[in-house]
Design a binder for this molecule. Sequence first.
Ligand code: AVJ
Ligand code: FE
Length: 475
Amino acid sequence: SHPAPVPAGPAGWAEALERSRRRTLTYTDLDDDLLIRQHSPLMSPLVWDLAHIGNYEELWLLRALTGADPLLPGIDDLYDAFRHPRADRPALPLLPPDQARGYIADVRSRVLDAMAALDSRSVDSRPAGWGGQRDDVVTRLLSGGFVYGMVVQHEHQHDETLLATLQLATAARVQPRPARDPVVDEGVALPAGRPVSGEVLVPAGPFTMGTSTDPWAYDNERPAHRVDVPAFWIDRLPVSNRAQLAFLDAGGYDDERLWSPAGWAWRCRERLEAPLFWRRDGAGGWLRRRFGRDEALPLDEPVQHVCWYEAEAHARWAGRRLPTETEWEKACAFDPASGRSRRFPWGDDPPTPRHANLGHRAARPAPLGAYPDGASASGVEQMIGDVWEWTSSGFTAYPGFAAFPYREYSEVFFRGPDGVERADADPDQQFRGYRVLRGGSWAADPSAARATFRNWDHPIRRQIFVGFRLARDAD
Ligand code: AVJ
Ligand code: FE
């Protein structure tokens, strides 16, 4: 008898929506200037994300479900991520902060009204002039509260993006709240006495990857399918700042032999010498900047803010490699005793502060070894929470994939297994394939973190809360 994996009815969906909104408003409770300016060409102005969150909610929870007319005619184009790259968004006639706040509040109150009505109305009694989705699509959208889960997760994913923008912001020392310390405030086990290294052997054999039953799983996690996986070794814990510093001190950033050709080209072009936000302290040590403040580099924390190419070079230096996403999911989810895959490393029960560092309870990763209770059946720790983990895999469709409810969530991002669509595309294409990230960071909400969850980004990206873990073949 496990608790439901996701809220099972309208009251729970409404509460999840309210929780994500409180989070969004916390991060955007800033002066207009900070909301409107572009803190980095990699990111949107914060006020774009704010109104985009509401526009997405309007599209799916009002217009698709209830056939409602657009609330503010003409704004869909502004908040369509595919029409305008992030770098161009500051030049758009965006809603000013107060109007953006008013718009998303208006959407939300109509959504809550519509939920109450939907609850008492059959989906096949469409009014004349229906402007929403077909009945069969609406039925699927509502099944298990999927579309509410999609909108909740979408808002939390953008909240993580807002945090990444705030971390990049140098204009102001923006310290987003809350910022608890997992060790001090939550009493998680200290790593003292527990080894912070070591690897586990995951024996050869098939397991079930992905899901066909998780009500809130995105299309890219579906369907569940059996995969045969050769034996492999994987580290019990993510790579630490200490290990990244050892790579750096050994000249890893300057040794072309450790880098792939594309990685070396990128390293030279960008003069990569250390993870993003690291800085020498002038006395032989290192500082890292965290939300506008420099602090001593915590050596026993998972490394953050490395690109895929840096992870790849570090792995080669260590005589290892990145895990494939299949290996990662097997190490995370597979329970050899029952032969089935778990929703989380520790089982099917939702995360608690004993299991994982998620949901921005802290504003950083926890020390290595802090979550023995979060270990997988294979004995691998800190797979969910702390840092996203780069895998070697390109972002591809599972066998039997079907886009739902729209192609632009996942399908348009699928590439070949090498992450690249066409090798003969423009010369920069090599830097722009997509690699799969797994596990979720300290900033990921529990609603958008599970063993099957797939994230992806370009191999050059470092502003996300990402680290990596090492693996190797079993022979
Ligand atoms: C899954 C994190 C790559 O931020 O581009 C947000 C999530 N999709 N709005 C992104 C997403 C639509 C997406 N990632
Ligand atoms: Fe979005």
